[in-house]
Design a protein around this ligand. Sequence first.
Ligand code: AMP
Length: 284
Amino acid sequence: MLVHTIAEVREKVKEWKKQGLTIGLVPTMGALHSGHLSLIKKSVEKCDKTVVSVFVNPIQFCPGEDLDKYPRTLEADEQLCNGAGVDIVFAPSPAEMYPDAQMLSNDFLTYIIPPFFYVNKLCGKSRVGHFDGVCTVVNKLFNIVQPDYAFFGEKDRQQLIILRKMVKDLNIPVEIIPCPIVREESGLALSSRNKYLSENDKINALALSKILFNIKACYNNGITDVDALTETAYSYLNTCHNLEYLEFRDADNLEEKQTADNNTVVFIALKIGNVRLIDNIALS
Ligand code: AMP
């Protein structure tokens, strides 16, 4: 069932809560692919009712980013959700989510601001304010849907860690369920932004997963020195790649690691032309 208003969602949620049913929420920006589908399947399996939100959230895009050209495929998304047993596809307009939409700034909207330590690194460094936008919209969705469980992909692991922290710090009664990264057979992590890649770009994009898989193989062979592990990446990079970061960080609090261990995650971001791609791998 496709729903565009908060009032309609609230009405359904009220009914479900009365019946004592559990609710799962899968927040997305749409252009759904098998990665999203894996989250949806988990929710349908675990919860009595599943809500998938499809909302390209303007406040998590920084100036100059791809807000306007971000792929929007609501009809196909709805079909995929119906086939997967989703109860509500919640696709609000920006005006529905932000009625004071003409003033999407810190001065005119109550924001959730995650701790600086979690956002001053990795994606937060180049995407200033991005995680404020993510936390704010997820918090709004939590208040609208009141889910028991919310499903997030490890593909966006910094986001997952920050949202976990938000839920803990603010005592939000939602359990965050992490879901593993879904990849193409080639190794490329699925992403709605892969639609921007040409065939040639896609070949170049394999560098991300190749670098991560190789680092994990070296770690499994006993190499734990982060400088030595980082060194192994460079042979996969060519002039098409603009490396933004390759960092080893703690899986719980994102602290930097000098020596890799089983609680280390390797994070990578690089640009191919104008397309920015991210990936990560846990060394455990
Ligand atoms: P997005 O629509 O890009 O905001 O993503 C919505 C949710 O799907 C987020 O929790 C993402 O981490 C998750 N997701 C996106 N791509 C993948 C993937 N390849 N594997 C697993 N989860 C994913």
